[in-house]
Design a protein around this ligand. Structure first.
Ligand code: GDP
Ligand code: ZN
Length: 370
């Protein structure tokens, strides 16, 4: 935040980009009336909504240097035309974080919303969302909706189970207003992205958090997308108590795109073990390596192994695309003909069982005898 303060002392206007569409950026300005020096500005400023919002273009200089402006970006706005509610973005401040899908800068936390039931709480699906959220490096807040549908005993069972996973879920009910105030406190003055499968009550939740949200969506599409196609775009909505919230529509099965080596660190319960002790091998993938401190007796170990297989398969595919020869093996097809065939997985991650090693040795002996 120091950069922000320094820049505003130079008399520049700072703001946050809430929406991007076509070549326009909707920017919420930090200024209040006191910081405006010119009387005319003050009068026009009073006409703007609060907090003040301007529709901006991007300075040509930014285009030339290839500087993108994203939703969530902190920007310097030049020459605001208060009466017209217009401005131009001249600088983009360094980003604290960057999500790719949806593309939003400076996100503080991911609010993962699931339901305790209806649809049933699926451990594998929840795990996948959690790992995906952990892999972004921003904080994760797990919220379980529809708590009105279960008994306190069942709630305690779920809570205990998730504590074992390293999470302390916030049980809410949008319908009965349970823990909504508590949740609001977690969202104050932060940029939050909400994610979760459909049917868990995400839309209902957004509507209680931001009662004017539907109205706002209408406003924006009127101003920014007049006569344009109405594709859903990423947008940050202001929370009444401060803070910004973005939705991630259509995000039912997130792809895990982390490397096999990183994966284990996205499981808090395993991360804890690795903070206290080390595996014998620094490149341990925690499958069946000797003296591994992670293997075994934790509930989500099965999920880990499954996601690991997927991460390895994905890595192998990427390597193949980058350099086909590196992951193809030459197979003799008799009569001196050779053919490239894809290897099953990169050599790096291949598990060589003792049996295969023996078979390979036998093969070598046979070949040398031939
Ligand atoms: P989304 O697909 O995640 O956006 O979910 P919706 O907001 O459309 O909600 C799906 C269904 O769950 C709707 O029928 C809601 O009325 C219902 N629902 C939402 N919140 C609650 C809740 O707290 N308790 C109960 N019992 N039902 C809820
Ligand atoms: Zn290990």
């Amino acid at each position: 935040m120091t950069t922000v303060e320094t820049m505003s002392t130079h008399g520049q206007l700072l703001g946050t980009v809430l929406a991007v569409q076509a070549n326009f950026y909707r920017v919420q300005l930090d200024v209040d009336e006191k910081s405006l020096r010119v009387q005319g500005d003050k009068e026009n400023f009073a006409l703007l909504p609060h907090p003040p919002m301007v529709l901006c273009t991007r300075r040509t200089r930014l285009k030339k240097i290839g500087q993108q402006v994203m939703v969530g970006d902190r920007v310097v706005v030049d020459e605001p035309d208060w009466a017209g509610g217009r401005g131009a973005i001249s600088h983009v401040l360094p980003r604290r974080s960057l999500l790719d899908r949806p593309a939003i800068a400076n996100v503080d936390q991911i609010l993962l919303a699931f339901a305790v039931t209806d649809p049933p709480l699926e451990p594998y699906q929840l795990s996948r969302f959690l790992v995906k959220a952990e892999s972004t490096d921003v904080d994760v807040l797990l919220c379980l909706n529809k708590s009105d549908l279960i008994t306190p005993q069942v709630q305690e069972e779920i809570s205990d189970r998730l504590l074992g996973w390293g999470y302390k879920p916030l049980f809410i009910s949008v319908q009965n207003g349970i823990n909504i105030a508590e949740l609001t406190n977690h969202l104050n003055n932060k940029i939050t992205v909400i994610a979760g499968p459909s049917g868990v009550g995400k839309s209902s939740l957004i509507n209680v958090l931001i009662p004017t949200v539907n109205l706002r969506v209408g406003e924006v599409s009127g101003k920014l997308a007049r006569g344009r196609h109405t594709t859903r775009h990423t947008e940050l909505f202001e929370l009444p108590g401060g803070g910004l919230l973005a939705d991630t529509p259509g995000f039912n099965q997130p792809d895990l795109d982390c490397s096999p080596e990183e994966l284990i660190y996205y499981f808090p319960e395993a991360r804890e073990r690795l903070a206290e002790a080390s595996c014998r091998f620094s490149d341990c993938l925690h499958r069946d390596e000797p003296d591994c401190v992670v293997q075994g007796d934790w509930e989500r170990y099965e999920h880990y192994l499954e996601f690991l297989d997927q991460a390895i398969a994905r890595q192998t595919q990427l390597h193949q695309q980058a350099d086909p020869e590196s992951t193809m093996k030459i197979k003799s097809k008799g009569k001196g003909k050779q053919q490239y065939e894809p290897k099953l997985e990169s050599k790096k991650y291949r598990r060589v069982s003792r049996k295969t090693q023996l078979q390979e040795l036998e093969q070598l002996y046979k070949e040398s005898e031939d």
